[in-house]
Design a protein around this ligand. Sequence first.
Ligand code: DNO
Length: 358
Amino acid sequence: MKNMGFRWYGSKDDPITLQQIRQIPGTTQVVGALFDVPVGAIWPKEKIAALKKQVEDAGLKLEVIESVNIHDDIKIGLPTRDQYIENYKETIKNLAAYGIKVICYNFMPIFDWLRTDLHYQLPDGSNDMAFQQGKLKDNPQDIIDSVRNDSEGYVLPGWEPERLATIEKLFKAYADVDERKLRENMKYFLDAIIPTCESYGVRMAMHPDDPPRPLFGLPRVYKNATDMRIIEGMHESPYNGFTICTGSLGENPTNNVPEIIREFVKKDRAPFIHARNIKFINAQGDFHESAHLSSEGSLDMFEIMKALYDTGFDGYIRPDHGRMIWGEQGRPGYGLYDRALGITYLNGLWEAITKDHQ
Ligand code: DNO
């Protein structure tokens, strides 16, 4: 696939090197971010320029940023949001100046993605991440502690300790933010930033809630196709788009992921795809992440790639979380080997589907 990417956490914070990424066949893009700019602050041009240069010097491209996170004040709808929105617009302009085409973001309150196990053991001796509802205690502090203890010393994306240190305050601030209010605040944000995106040619790609269900009583606004239709209607523009994360959406067995792809790629609302597989471990929807192959999980990756092919998808795609295999140690979900195998598999499916249609 022409825009196959690999998520990278930067030379300070990722044990994987750009040279290693460059050697994964069929990989042209790095999906990157600045991890040392506090949420809500403007991303400085010099830092973007330095990242861009580093990636290009390694023979790769940087056109997708994941994520520019959204300050909680915007999601809560506090008066201070206007300043954070202005900052966000400046960040969009600065990123556009360095050729960024897509910004992946999410609108999840407090927590980004959430797993109850970061090292779920598989029978072949590898491990990956899992979510088991029964393991989620009532007190959110427990999950914060367990994620911190199990993350091998890395700060996982969306789990910044400074922010989570104020967890009680944050929960209080969200007390009267229900789904309706969160949607209103999202519309306010989109109405403010999409004109800037249009002028500067940067497409927003919202990431689904992961897992796609309410947790700790917090509202969730991107769980399924119905939510997506509401979001697309909030601001009619192809710049108001989605990241279709096959794993996150697939974690709800009633979501038909290939159908979602067909609908939203056709409507030109899906500039970015996260391709991964998950495996359900019981009928309650508990799951672990799996190798990318259809045979290893509950999602049909052939149907997913075929839906992309049939709808003429020409956006950006990356493999998502992989297992830890071959003794690799590193950031849970973001090792080198299994994600590289994922790329090879996805590219293989793509070649087969493409040639079959020639
Ligand atoms: C987890 C990722 C998420 C994703 C954000 C996008 O590994 O899928 O952290 O990057 O939700 O804003």
